[in-house]
Design a protein around this ligand. Structure first.
Ligand SMILES: C[S@@+](CC[C@H](N)C(=O)[O-])C[C@H]1O[C@@H](n2cnc3c(N)ncnc32)[C@H](O)[C@@H]1O
Length: 391
C-alpha cells in the first residue's frame, strides 16, 4: 500500500490519465489548466471517501482491498463523497451509513469547466466558497499562487483537514472556517470568486467583494433538479453580467442559503385532475433549469415512489401554503391533487409548453444580470423577443 503512494511514476501516470480523460470530454484544457491537473495530486485530499453500496455509503481507504483499484477510483473523473450528514468518511464505521452527502470532491471535468470559466491569472486574488477536501483550492493555488487564495468552508473539521493537506502538497492559502456567503477577511477584495456549493440567488456580499472587471463562477440551483453554473463579470457600476455555462451541475446547497427546511405537508387524496406531463419530466436536466425559472423562490420538491412503485412528486410553496402532488398512474395520464390556493404543477406544464415552443433553448443561450437588489435571467429568441425571469 505505502509502496503504491511512493511510486512517483504510477502517481504521475494516474494524473496524466485523468488530465487526458478531462481533455477528451467536453472541456478543452488550456495548457495552464492542464498543468493544474498534472501537478496537483488528488489522492492526498481524499485519503478516505465513500463508495456506494446500494443505499449505503461505505468508507474506502487504500488499505481496504486492492490499492490499485482505490487509486484508479481517486483518479477517475467522478465526484468523491467525503461527508454524509456531517459524518466524515474518516470517522465512519466500516459498515458505513445512509444519508445525504454534505461534502465531496467535485468531478474533475466539472472543476475544469468552472476553472476554465474563472480564467485565473497568476497573482489574481481568488476567493472560494466551499473548501471541502481542498483539492479545488489546490488547483487555484497552482493557477494564482497560494498566497493569493482564500478558501472558506462552513465545517471546521473540513477546513482543518484541508489546511493540513494543502500544506502537505506545498500550498499555504488562507483557509477560513466560516460562512462563504458572508465571511471575508476585512477589506478583502477579489479578482476571481468561485463557489463550489449552490445558491438560489447570488449573495450580495459576493457582488460587493468582486473587483470591477472581476469574474465570478457560481452554481445556481433551486429545489428542482438541474442546476446551472453562472459566469458573471463585474461592471464598473457594480452590476455583474454574464451567461449560463453549458454544463449542468447539481452542487449541494450553500448552507446559509438553505432556509429552515420547510416541512412538506402530505397532500390527502381528494378532488384531482389529469396532468399532461409526468413529474419525471423534472429529471430531464435540459428542461428542469428552465422550469425552475418559473417557480417561486422557496419552492420545495420531494419525490419518490408510491406503494405501487410509481413515481410521485410533491411541490410545496411555503409562501402561500400551496402543495400539489403529481402521481404517475399504472395507465393513462398522471393525476394532480392540490391543497391551498394554487395548483403548482400548472406553471411547470406551462413552462414546458413555452420551452418546446422556443425549440428547447440550451442553457448556454441564457444571460444573467445581477445587482445587490435584483437578479435576472434573460433569453433572446431568434425573432428578437426577450424573455425575462427574476431569480
Ligand atoms: C461540493 S463540496 C466542495 C468541494 C471542494 N471545492 C473540493 O474541491 O473538495 C461543497 C462544500 O460546501 C461547503 N459549504 C456548505 N455551506 C457552506 C457555506 N455557507 N460556506 C462555506 N462552505 C459551505 C460544504 O461544507 C462542502 O464542503
Amino acid at each position: 500500500m505505502t509502496n503504491l503512494l511512493d511510486d512517483e511514476q504510477r502517481l504521475l501516470a494516474a494524473r496524466v490519465a485523468l488530465t487526458q480523460r478531462i481533455d477528451r470530454g467536453n472541456v478543452v484544457l488550456s495548457s495552464r489548466l492542464a498543468g493544474a491537473f498534472l501537478n496537483v495530486p488528488r489522492h492526498p485530499f481524499v485519503p478516505v471517501f465513500y463508495r456506494r453500496d446500494g443505499e449505503r455509503f461505505i468508507p474506502w481507504r487504500i488499505t481496504d482491498g486492492d490499492p490499485d483499484t482505490w487509486l484508479d477510483a481517486v483518479y477517475t473523473d467522478g465526484s468523491l463523497i467525503t461527508e454524509v450528514d456531517g459524518v466524515h468518511a474518516e470517522d465512519a464505521v466500516p459498515a458505513g451509513l445512509t444519508g445525504v452527502p454534505t461534502s465531496s470532491s467535485t468531478a474533475p471535468s466539472l472543476m475544469a469547466d468552472m476553472l476554465d470559466a474563472l480564467d485565473v491569472n497568476e497573482g489574481d486574488e481568488v476567493y472560494e466558497a466551499g473548501t471541502g477536501t481542498g483539492y479545488n483550492a489546490g488547483a487555484l493555488c497552482f493557477l494564482a499562487g497560494d498566497k493569493h487564495v482564500t478558501t472558506v468552508d462552513h465545517t471546521e473539521s473540513l477546513t482543518d483537514k484541508a489546511r493540513l493537506r494543502l500544506n502537505a502538497v506545498g500550498f499555504d492559502p488562507l483557509v477560513i472556517h466560516g460562512d462563504g456567503a458572508r465571511d471575508f477577511p476585512t477589506d478583502g477584495m477579489y479578482d476571481r470568486l468561485i463557489a463550489t456549493a449552490s445558491v438560489r440567488r447570488i449573495p450580495p456580499e459576493w457582488l460587493r467583494r468582486l473587483r470591477s472587471g472581476g469574474i465570478m463562477v457560481v452554481p445556481i440551483k433551486g429545489t428542482l433538479a438541474g442546476g446551472m453554473v453562472a459566469r458573471l463579470t463585474k461592471l464598473p457600476d457594480g452590476a455583474a453580467v454574464g451567461h449560463i455555462l453549458h454544463t449542468p451541475a447539481a452542487f449541494m446547497p450553500l448552507k446559509s442559503d438553505t432556509k429552515t427546511s420547510a416541512h412538506v405537508p402530505a397532500v390527502p387524496d381528494g378532488p384531482c385532475g389529469n396532468a399532461e406531463l409526468s413529474a419525471r419530466i423534472l429529471d430531464d436536466w435540459t428542461f428542469s433549469f428552465f422550469a425552475q425559472l418559473h417557480m417561486p423562490p422557496d419552492l420545495v420538491r420531494t419525490y419518490g415512489k408510491n406503494s405501487d412503485g410509481l413515481h410521485v412528486t410533491t411541490l410545496y410553496d411555503p409562501a402561500d401554503g400551496s402543495a400539489t402532488r403529481i402521481d404517475d398512474m399504472p395507465e393513462g395520464p398522471p393525476m394532480v391533487t392540490s391543497i391551498g390556493p394554487r395548483d403548482l404543477w400548472q406553471p411547470v406544464e406551462a413552462a414546458h409548453q413555452l420551452w418546446q415552443q422556443l425549440n428547447r433553448p440550451r442553457r448556454e443561450w441564457f444571460t444573467i444580470e445581477a445587482t445587490t437588489t435584483e437578479q435576472i435571467v434573460r433569453y433572446t429568441a431568434p425573432d428578437g423577443h426577450v424573455y425575462r425571469w427574476t431569480l
